[in-house]
Design a protein around this ligand. Structure first.
Ligand code: ATP
Ligand code: MG
Length: 269
């Protein structure tokens, strides 16, 4: 579904992504783990077209089409959805109206009928049930004054409404209590089908007990340095990231890494 090749992206002149390669096929859930500041959120934002980042090299193909030429709203219409690590509050904008606007815009794009306010209300209440979100939150301003966990649930309601092909979930588990984690994970699993794909960014192995990833990637310093199965998350939980950071530094051919004895004595490493 999505093919990312040698992706480099910067903020201003600072490179953040330094050659990401990643392919996610239909029906697959990929987890992205890695230390703080390694570029996980940046990767999700670059896929969704966040204007703060400039792609300096590489390509992203979504269902075979060049994604990088599309604006963020066009990417969303193509079926890409991102649940933010820090969902934004939009004071004064009614949650239900906001979702209906987004939903009807998508329906138009898909050549399907729009829903009236009444019809949408019924539809939305069904979607809110997926993550046990109290319908009162649908009548409030988007995320405004929501608790951390309520915002995360609201993100999944958005996802359920928009029915994306590819969902990018950025630390959807952070700030959730144990019960909420289970509920949100159940919602996410309910929305996953063999025709869809997900990229789930998380720090905790715990989430992966509920949302079963097919593949786990570890990102360090703007690159994916390790890919494995579910057992990799357990290994990380036990060993932390240091061993991978050392490995990745040792593998960078433009860097000399004394611990790995890659520096020759003549200094021409
Ligand atoms: N808009 C921005 N302006 C300047 N620097 C940025 C910006 N966005 C990201 N960065 C920098 O890029 C690096 C990667 O950030 P990113 O948010 O992608 O990390 P992350 O892997 O998601 O970390 P965390 O696990 O803490 O969420 C960090 O050093 C961050 O400070
Ligand atoms: Mg992040």
């Amino acid at each position: 579904m999505i093919e990312i090749k040698n992706l480099h992206a910067s903020v201003g002149d600072t490179p953040i992504l330094k050659g990401v390669n990643l392919t996610i096929n239909k029906g697959e859930i990929h987890a992205i783990m890695g230390p703080n500041g390694s570029g996980k959120s940046t990767l999700a934002k670059v896929i969704s077209g966040h204007p703060a980042f400039k792609v300096t090299e590489g390509e992203i193909l979504f269902e075979g089409k060049d994604l990088l030429v599309l604006e963020p709203d066009e990417r969303s219409r193509e079926g890409i959805f991102m649940a933010f690590q820090y969902p934004v509050e939009i004071p004064g904008v009614n949650n239900a109206s906001f979702l209906r606007l987004a939903y009807n815009a998508l329906q138009g794009h898909r050549g399907l009928p729009e829903l009236s306010e009444k019809e949408f209300d019924v539809f939305l209440r069904e979607k809110a049930k997926i993550v046990d979100l109290n319908p009162d939150f649908l009548e409030r301003s988007v995320n405004t004054g929501f608790s951390g966990g309520e915002k995360k649930r609201n993100e999944i309601v958005q996802m359920a409404v928009l029915d994306p092909k590819l969902s990018l979930l950025d630390e959807t588990d952070s700030g959730l209590d144990i019960d909420a984690l289970r509920i949100v994970a159940r919602g996410v699993n309910e929305l996953m089908t063999s025709e869809k794909a997900m990229m789930v960014i998380t720090h905790y192995q715990r989430l992966l007990n509920y949302i079963q990833p097919d593949i786990i990637h570890v990102m360090v310093d703007g690159r994916i340095v390790k890919t494995g199965g579910k057992e990799l998350a357990l290994e990380l939980e036990e060993k932390g990231y240091d061993w991978l950071i050392e490995e990745s530094e040792g593998n960078q051919d433009d860097r000399c890494h004394p611990k790995k004895a890659l520096c020759s004595t003549s200094g021409d490493a």
